[in-house]
Design a protein around this ligand. Structure first.
Ligand code: PFF
Length: 486
């Protein structure tokens, strides 16, 4: 697509909002709180913040600059920059193609929970059980049923497709203008409500105050392995949350105006994303802490719920709050739907833009073609806990029996492809094409690049070393070498 015809954001605010909308998603609301809970709250947050302003900053500046310079989506952007580097573009395009189907299935789960809470609020029904215990079964029954997860996932995909087909300005920009403010207001209101609940203090302290206990090993003393795991957990989360190494920021950067400051935009995107992640913890961790104390569950056990924290533990917590809990559940899952939608739209858009740039087809055709592919691939994740539950992939990797489809797609993208793309990008930009290419783009139109020197250090040395560590640790974790499992 040529420079004149290519869509553009209407301004800097629209770009920041779109990139923040992409970044703020299930990663903030579902993944960050359970990781923070698992790794001891404040300590994890401190490590995470350092990584966001260093590694995250360098990678996001690089990706946005590559997109804006080449005016291409990832599939063709890297090869335009350097003929030999086209394979990173291929990998970076494959990532959203593999992520968006399972992300939409999880989006479908969120719609199901929202609908259930609406039902509870307006009819007084208690489909999750009046008591807490029933919600384990509720989640399991739902994800293992034959049609419902696929049906809800399809609704989610259709909503995304209807926004994308309307284009960058009329679809993505306009929908963000509605969804993002609602998301912020709901997040603030819910977290305020939770923080003001009597008895929330202990959970708040656990969440926000860094403690050396979090870094203690089995013998109670400082454990270097625990620190390394916290660092690597935070690094993986940073990639996920900032939508890095998956072609999105390249795609969104390709619609950016030359006169806007990449550096300033990146800082703002990081601030928005981090604030929402921290607020998500404020919404969840104090109530889970209170719940643990109330029911006599050890705090560590409640906090270690992992991925089930949002779908299993939280509904149990809401169930203990009576009718207020039903309202809270409705508001919370409504907010999660918006966050998940805006992120899924950005993943889907990365796929659509690559199809348009490579094949020279129009947006409508690309949206339809990609939608069909996403729907097809989502079937595996949707049925993977139900009708196709017996099928397992890669036995011996992460678990002896092998992985369910959704976990498999999550594993190959987040644990393997994303660190590889990030590492290859840093080596390509830092050592082969040289950081000058990116710096020139950031400074085009006379915009200053204040963190220029430190950027060069990050992209040439700091990032490649950390990325290599992340990749090695992920492979060791998958193959259960050296006790990396958390
Ligand atoms: N950054 C978004 C989130 O935090 O949910 C989008 C996203 C990133 C989705 C990475 C999925 C993924 F693997």
């Amino acid at each position: 697509m040529n420079e004149q015809k290519r869509s553009k954001w209407s301004g800097q605010l629209a770009f920041v909002l779109a990139a923040a909308a992409s970044a703020i998603g299930l990663g903030n609301l579902w993944r960050f709180p359970y990781l923070a809970a698992q790794y001891g709250g404040g300590t994890f947050i401190a490590v995470y913040l350092i990584l966001v302003v260093t590694l995250g900053f360098a990678l996001m500046v690089t990706e946005i600059a590559v997109g804006r310079k080449t005016r291409q989506a990832p599939l063709t952007a890297y090869s335009k920059l350097n003929g030999k580097w086209g394979f990173i573009g291929f990998l970076a395009t494959l990532i959203p193609v593999l992520i968006v189907p399972y992300y939409c299935v999880i989006g479908g789960w969120v719609i199901k929970y929202f609908v259930t809470y609406v039902h509870m609020v307006f009819t007084g029904a208690t489909p999750m059980g009046a008591g807490a215990a029933a919600s384990d079964r509720f989640f399991e029954c739902f994800i293992s049923s034959n049609f419902a997860p696929f049906g809800y996932g399809t609704i989610f995909i259709l909503i995304c497709a209807s926004v994308i087909v309307m284009g960058v300005k009329n679809g993505i920009e306009k929908s963000n203008m509605v969804m993002m403010p609602v998301l912020f207001i709901l997040a603030l209101a819910i977290s305020l409500y939770v923080v003001l609940l009597p008895g929330s203090g202990a959970g708040l302290k656990y969440y926000l105050v860094p403690s050396m206990d979090a870094l203690a090993g089995a013998d109670g003393g400082f454990s270097f392995a625990r620190l390394a795991k916290t660092l690597l957990g935070a690094m993986g989360q940073m990639f996920y949350s900032l939508s890095l190494a998956m072609g999105i920021m390249i795609t969104y950067g390709s619609y950016m105006r030359k006169e806007d400051s990449i550096e300033r935009c990146v800082r703002r995107i990081e601030i928005f994303d981090t604030i929402i992640a921290i607020i998500a913890g404020l919404m969840i961790i104090p109530v889970v802490h209170m719940f643990a104390v109330k029911t006599g569950t050890p705090v560590k056990t409640a906090m270690n719920a992992g991925p089930g924290l949002m779908f299993i533990t939280l509904p149990k917590v809401f169930a203990t709050l009576g009718q207020a809990g039903a309202w809270l559940g409705m508001a919370f899952f409504g907010l999660v739907i918006f966050a998940a939608l805006t992120s899924a739209i950005s993943l889907y858009e990365a796929c659509v833009a690559s199809a348009c740039d490579l094949l020279g087809i129009g947006r409508k055709a690309a949206t339809f073609f990609m939608g069909a592919l996403i729907l097809f691939l989502s079937t595996f994740s949707a049925l993977g806990y139900g009708a196709w539950g017996d099928i397992r992939i890669l036995p011996g990797v992460l678990s002896a029996d092998g992985l369910q489809f959704l976990d498999f797609f999550d594993f190959i993208t987040n644990s393997l492809f994303m660190p590889v793309v990030a590492l290859a990008t840093c080596i390509g930009v830092g050592w082969i094409m040289k950081p000058k290419v990116i710096i020139e783009e950031v400074e085009s139109h006379g915009t200053s690049f204040k963190a220029k020197r430190i950027y060069v250090f990050f992209v040439k040395y700091f990032a490649p070393v950390l990325m290599t560590l992340l990749l090695v640790s992920e492979v060791c974790r998958a193959l259960n070498i050296g006790g990396w499992a958390i």
